[in-house]
Design a binder for this molecule. Structure first.
Ligand code: PYR
Length: 320
């Protein structure tokens, strides 16, 4: 069987980490695209030279022409600018919406059969822009955020409870921004819901509230520490988990920014919800029961995403 092809659009910090993880896991051959002259080819060659040491079989190449993504099975998009300390993800909308439009058109031309994972921020609205520009079916264009936000939540909970991260499950829904919704009721340690763990005296409500807030601020915490850009290891690992579920038809249940067409009462909107990712892309959007408080938080997050979609539509109207 021929190897799969994974195209990475954007060869910065996340792009390089994606390439290394994809190659180490032998998910397929990797092509790195970037507009910076020489850089993607240089990174690809450097990464390829790790293969004899790491012992993986995957070719890695890079270039500056979109045609190199031709025929890709998976495309992961990180193109655009990251935020700096003091910036919100939303401050990136002007530049990154133009970038996502161009990338979407290129994917439509060169890789129309791919499963596309967008990481560029502000995430939910950038996936919407890219899907529209690409013309690909919405079930094959998703955004990576829920896996990352849930991973941060799981990590903080595992630290608090002094248990393995593997025994903590967590769900974060909504937009990938300050209004995201870590769902305490649906998050567990070995199946025990967090509210029960508070009752059992494992933690206090105050500590749990602080962890929820730290999860919401998880991206900003890294930006503040790094000073020169945003997180890249955990975002890359999260996108690779999604790509693997698609390529191997694993049917993992993963929270992703998926296109809603009626689910959760929303229409033509990308926002974070639980999904099943398999060979068909988003094979199912899982509609979980939300209580009144959770519904209000989810709606608040949806409204924040809708405001950004309106900003993009206005920017588009001004250009034309
Ligand atoms: C984050 O670290 O949350 C990003 O959005 C990259």
């Amino acid at each position: 069987m021929a190897r799969k092809k994974i195209a990475l659009v954007g060869a910065g910090q996340i792009g390089g980490t994606l390439a290394l993880l994809a190659a180490q896991k032998e998910l397929g051959d990797v092509v790195l695209f970037d507009i910076a002259e020489g850089m993607p080819a240089g990174k690809a060659l450097d990464l390829a030279e790790t293969s004899p040491v790491e012992g993986f079989n995957a070719s890695l190449t890079g270039g500056n022409d979109y045609s190199i993504i031709e025929g890709a099975d998976v495309v992961i998009v990180t193109a655009g600018i990251p935020r700096k300390p003091g910036m919100s993800r939303d401050d990136l909308i002007g530049i990154n919406s133009g970038v996502c439009k161009t990338v979407g058109e290129a994917i439509g031309k060169y890789a129309p059969n791919a499963f596309v994972i967008v990481i560029t921020n502000p995430l939910d609205v950038m996936v919407w822009v890219l899907q529209q520009a690409s013309g690909l079916p919405p079930e094959r264009v998703v955004g990576m955020a829920g896996v990352l936000d849930s991973a941060r939540f799981r990590y903080f909970l595992a630290e608090e409870f002094n248990v393995s991260v593997e025994d903590v499950t967590a769900f974060v829904l909504g937009g990938h921004g300050d209004t995201m919704v870590p769902l305490v009721r649906y998050s567990t340690v070995a199946g025990i819901p967090l509210p029960d763990l508070v009752k059992m005296g494992w933690t206090t409500q105050e500590k749990l509230d602080a962890i929820v807030q730290r999860t919401r601020d998880g991206g900003a915490e890294i930006v503040k520490l790094l000073k020169t850009g945003s997180a890249f290891y955990a975002p890359a690992a999260s996108a690779i988990q999604m790509a693997e579920s698609y390529l191997k038809d694993q049917k993992r249940v993963l929270p992703v920014a998926a296109h809603l067409s009626g689910q959760y009462g929303q229409d033509d909107l990308y926002v974070g919800v639980p999904t099943i990712i398999g060979a068909g892309g988003v094979e199912k959007i899982i509609e979980i029961e939300l209580n009144d408080e959770e519904k209000a938080m989810f709606q608040n997050s949806v409204d924040a995403v809708k405001t950004l979609v309106d900003v993009v539509k206005k920017l588009d109207a001004e250009k034309s």
